[in-house]
Design a protein around this ligand. Structure first.
Ligand code: FAD
Ligand code: PYC
Length: 417
């Protein structure tokens, strides 16, 4: 695969960019693989990439029922941060943050990672107590997070309205300066290109419809819309449809699936320097490199597999955005969409083995898994390759909903649900 470099970009600029080859192949599935990953989102593709790169497993396939990144990976608002409360979560999100820092170089693909700072607004004394607890916990763990007064928050984000007359006045904010955003589909494409170059088969428009087990009950392969594929190891990374896929293996998952909606404005010149989130008023916002304001909402209240969601949800979010940033009140919205997020009872992911030998699952990232993509793929690949959890994902077992060793990140999830 030809590398992206200053030299190759300049030479292609003089060639009307006609010389670039396809970034990954479109193979037909083989009869058998050493491992199959179900789901071609960022997490599934990253898993395949690290399986090949770090564990030498190249006879593997990623099976995607639609197109790469067409799930939540290509629908999210790309906020990246690691300011979670518990040590288990801090470890996995920090692992991801460290991988984000070198990801464009690692993949030779520009994922446009931008550490512009994530500001989380506090509107009442409960928010203040909760966010300060996160600030202290993060700092103890060596993770940057700081408490700002309303004036300091405005200095960091000049468009912010800190008038005390607001319906939900801003009484302070937590700032993670290393937090930021990246280009979501570039993450999927970069991992796909890297995995393909090492021999991984990426098979799109192919749905996994069932599982075959051997006489001992272990995984023997997957049934797909393109036929049966034999394999002894399957990793399911299907986000909002994980319950549906796992039910085909006879497993009931502790997950609920909700629509989560987002929208973008018409593009404007650079006007917004950072990322701002407010859980209390159900809104978060940043500005993309194209100039669009990228705005997201809280989850719809009802479980559903409809990617449409209720119109009142983004309207409520836009009310909040206009109150927080009055300068945006005459902007027009270009398009809105939804994704189906997979929410666990403790708002933390599930990464590891299942009761079925050979079947692994990585899910439950809910409203907040984009930021974890490199770290999640990295430790899930280890788990599948070695048949045992990486120390970082060891606490995120399916079993915790039986033992009660929960990791309650409801407050750090930062999106109302
Ligand atoms: P997906 O990208 O959804 O990939 C799963 C894939 O599995 C899909 O492509 C699907 O087609 C495929 N699949 C399903 N069933 C089958 C089958 N039977 N056979 C084959 N393939 C199948 N997170 C953040 O960290 N920051 C944010 O700012 C943020 N904002 C969000 C905003 C919105 C509107 C949404 C919807 C989500 C947001 N998230 C955010 C969450 C984040 O998008 C997800 O947690 C993350 O992208 C999940 O990645 P994934 O690869 O696991 O899932
Ligand atoms: O987890 O940071 C997050 C997030 C922001 C928007 C949706 N999820």
């Amino acid at each position: 695969m030809r590398r992206f470099s200053l030299k190759s970009l300049i030479s292609e600029a003089f060639n009307a960019h006609q010389g670039w080859e396809r970034q990954w192949r479109t193979p037909e599935p083989k009869a058998a693989y050493d491992a199959v990953i179900v789901g071609g989102g960022g997490h599934g593709l990253a898993t395949a990439y690290y399986l090949a790169k770090e564990h030498g497993l190249t006879n593997i396939a990623v099976i995607e029922k639609g197109w790469l990144g067409g799930g939540n990976t290509g629908r999210n608002t790309t906020i990246i941060r690691s300011n979670y409360l518990y040590e288990e979560s801090e470890a996995i999100y920090e692992h991801a943050m460290k991988l984000w820092a070198g990801l464009s170089q690692e993949l030779n693909y520009n994922v446009m990672y931008s550490q512009r700072g994530v500001l989380m607004l506090a509107h009442n004394s409960h928010d203040v107590q909760s966010f300060k607890r996160h600030v202290y916990a993060n700092r103890l763990a060596g993770i940057d997070n700081e408490w700002l007064t309303p004036d300091e928050a405005k200095e960091f984000c000049p468009p912010l309205n800190i008038s005390p007359d607001l319906r939900y006045p801003i009484v302070g904010a937590a700032l993670q300066r290393r937090g930021g955003v990246a280009r979501h589909d570039a993450v999927a494409w970069g991992y796909a290109r890297g995995a393909d170059a090492m021999g991984v088969d990426i098979i799109q428009n192919c749905e996994v419809t069932g599982f075959r087990r051997d006489a001992g009950g272990a995984i023997a392969g997957v049934e797909t819309s393109k036929g049966f594929i034999a394999t002894k190891r399957v990793g399911v990374v299907a986000a909002g449809h994980t319950s549906v896929v796992m039910a085909r293996a006879g497993l009931r998952m502790p997950l609920e699936s909700f629509p989560l909606q987002a929208l973008v404005s018409e593009p404007v010149k650079p006007a917004f320097p950072c990322v701002v989130m407010s859980n209390a008023v159900h809104a978060y916002i940043s500005q993309s490199d194209k100039g669009e304001l990228v705005i997201g909402a809280g989850t719809d209240q009802y479980i559903s597999y409809s990617q449409q969601g209720g119109l009142h949800i983004p309207i409520h979010t836009l009310d909040a955005i206009c109150e927080l940033f009055p300068q945006f009140s005459r902007m027009r919205m270009l398009r809105s969409w939804g994704g189906i997020v997979d929410v666990t009872p403790d708002r933390s992911p599930i990464i590891g083995k299942t009761p079925i030998p050979g079947l692994y699952v990585n899910c439950g990232w809910g409203t907040g898994g984009f930021k974890a993509t490199p770290g999640s793929g990295n430790v899930f690949a280890w788990t599948i390759a070695k048949g045992e959890p990486h120390p970082i994902n060891a606490p995120f077992t399916l079993d915790r909903f039986r033992t009660g060793r929960l990791i309650d990140e409801a407050a750090a999830a930062a999106v109302a649900h």
